[in-house]
Design a protein around this ligand. Structure first.
Ligand code: G3P
Length: 218
């Protein structure tokens, strides 16, 4: 299972990278805005800065919503750095663009997926990654994890190579349940990764080991 971090915050990306378990980064226009990154040149530079911190794939989202615009923007993003994956929304023009990118060897991440039908279309178009937003489904009393399980079954039925990228992950149990189901990738905040470290018995056990060592080595 790959771990991506869902942020445009360079400090958090560095922290996850230093932990040694990071496989990539996802961003979106809201996350860029949250870090105060505005203006096309600054946004493009920020993507390159992220690529220079991590070793894996970095999703950069297009703003255009028409086929020609998505292709133009996506090609420019892909030219920025070999690690860039062009993030394209699950709309009709987006599906057409994903097929175009797939035919031209450009990696894609189909975003804003909320149903199995959309996931099937993304795979048929040849998306590299397909991102169901599980947290946002949970927010409206729909079961995000059930969607991941449905898509896993559908993709396995036909051997689709599109990777299921569980997105809008909010906490550690989302990560663990996605691992049970067999999501290929999860992307979430830094806390969803570092939270996996935590267990009170680890802390109590370590305190006792160190106290016993100190007693014997005074
Ligand atoms: O990767 C998708 C993600 O950015 C959405 O997360 O927490 O805004 O639903 P959230």
């Amino acid at each position: 299972m790959k771990f991506f971090i869902d942020t445009a915050n360079l400090d958090q990306i560095r922290e996850a990278q230093e932990l040694g378990v990071l496989d990539g980064v996802t961003t979106n226009p809201s996350l860029m805005a949250k870090e105060g990154i505005t203006g096309q040149n600054n946004i493009l530079k920020h993507y390159v800065d992220i690529c220079n911190i991590v070793d894996g794939d970095v999703s950069a989202e297009v703003i255009a919503t028409d086929f020609d615009g998505i292709v133009k923007e996506g090609e420019a993003l892909a030219d920025l750095h070999p690690q860039i994956v062009v993030k394209v929304p699950m709309i009709k023009e987006g599906v057409k663009a994903i097929k175009y990118f797939s035919d031209h060897g450009i990696k894609t991440n189909c975003t804003l997926v909320f149903s199995s039908g959309q996931a099937l279309l993304a795979a048929k178009a040849g998306a590299t990654y397909m991102s169901p937003f599980i947290g946002r489904l949970d927010d409206i009393s729909s079961d995000g994890l059930e969607l991941i399980a449905d898509i896993r079954e559908i993709y396995d039925n036909y051997g689709f190579e599109t990777q299921i990228l569980a997105a809008s992950v909010r906490h550690t149990m989302h990560v663990i349940e996605c691992a049970h189901i067999g999501a290929d990738v999860m992307t979430g905040p830094l806390s969803s990764i570092t939270g996996l470290l935590k267990h009170p018995l680890t802390d109590i056990g370590l305190d006792k080991f160190l106290a016993d060592y100190r007693k014997g080595n005074q």
